[in-house]
Design a protein around this ligand. Structure first.
Ligand code: SF4
Ligand code: MG
Length: 292
């Protein structure tokens, strides 16, 4: 991660576009924490790219004045991985939601954890598809009966993103609450510094379709123990915690990440030279018998 000597205030990373999220949406807090973390990291705006998928939280790149890419549904991680491989000097963050990231993009989530590419993956989890007006998502509890398509509840066990990230090889796993601006900013800063794939689940209430989530702010509390680098210990903790522990829960800085060298710049003339057909080859081919 390159650091810029010139300090930028968090506000400098915001664009002039006003968010159209519902008043009280948790995503406002996450946006503020991202700008705070970029400021704390000492990064210039040209050193950062934020990639998103589709959904309310995926509007985030538009509200930032860094490089941004609003990808198609579930593909934010693929775009971000390609960008990081091609431009390793960039700090690449992904901002998306639980429907986009764990359902449509679920397969990419598993393999991004395995690859351990140096990315910071922020999922604003409100256990609902907010932008499409309130359907159950992979993390919805099975008894939730307000979903437009599941009036009797989903009847399915919710997706466990932190446990799945651990099992798939992620090297930095954290949970935050959008109501804790500084705590979330500190965790994003630590994730940016981590040289590998960092996954952060942010409990970010959808006040419109899950108004009961307003209470999350009070339920969230710092984990009583420090982050472990022992995967077995982390698994036990993640499987038994109350889903509201916050902070870095697993951190393994020992597993190496692939850091490709910056792409070598080649003039188009030199590229064409590699495809030139040599005259002798051409003569040989002209003498080959025609296939009939
Ligand atoms: Fe936020 Fe929910 Fe409104 Fe979307 S629908 S902006 S997630 S409160
Ligand atoms: Mg959602």
């Amino acid at each position: 991660m390159a650091a810029n000597a010139e300090f930028l205030a968090p506000q400098c990373y915001k664009s002039d576009i006003k968010p159209i999220w519902c008043p009280g949406c948790g995503d406002f807090g996450v946006l503020s924490s991202i700008t705070q973390a970029l400021s704390e990291s000492g990064l210039s705006r040209e050193e950062v790219a934020v990639v998103s998928g589709i959904g309310c939280s995926s509007r985030t790149p538009a509200y930032l004045s860094v490089y941004g890419f609003h990808a198609v549904h579930g593909r934010a991680l693929t775009v971000a991985t390609g960008l990081k491989v091609a431009r390793p000097e960039l700090t690449v963050l992904i901002a998306t939601g639980d429907g986009d990231g764990f359902s449509i993009g679920g397969n990419h989530f598993l393999h991004a954890c395995r690859r351990n590419t140096d990315l910071t993956y922020i999922v604003m989890d409100n256990q609902v598809y907010g932008m499409t007006k309130g359907q159950a998502s992979p993390t919805t509890d099975p008894e939730w009966v307000e979903g437009k398509l599941t009036p009797g509840g989903t009847g399915m066990n919710p997706f466990q993103p932190l446990v799945i990230a651990l099992a798939s090889g992620a090297t930095f796993i954290a949970r935050c609450s959008s109501g804790d601006l500084q705590g979330t900013a500190d965790t994003i800063t630590a994730a940016i510094r981590h040289p590998g794939f960092a996954f952060i689940q942010v409990l970010s209430p959808c006040v419109t379709f899950r108004p009961e989530q307003r209470g999350w702010r009070k339920l969230a509390h710092p984990a009583p123990v420090a982050a472990t680098d022992d995967a077995a210990q982390a698994a036990r903790r993640l499987l038994t915690d109350d889903s509201f522990f916050t902070g870095v829960l697993y951190h393994n800085p020992h597993r190496s990440t692939r850091s490709p060298e910056p792409v070598r710049k080649v003039h188009v003339r030199d590229l064409s030279a590699g495809f030139q057909v040599n005259d002798l080859d051409l003569q040989d081919r002209q003498q080959e018998p025609a296939i009939v």
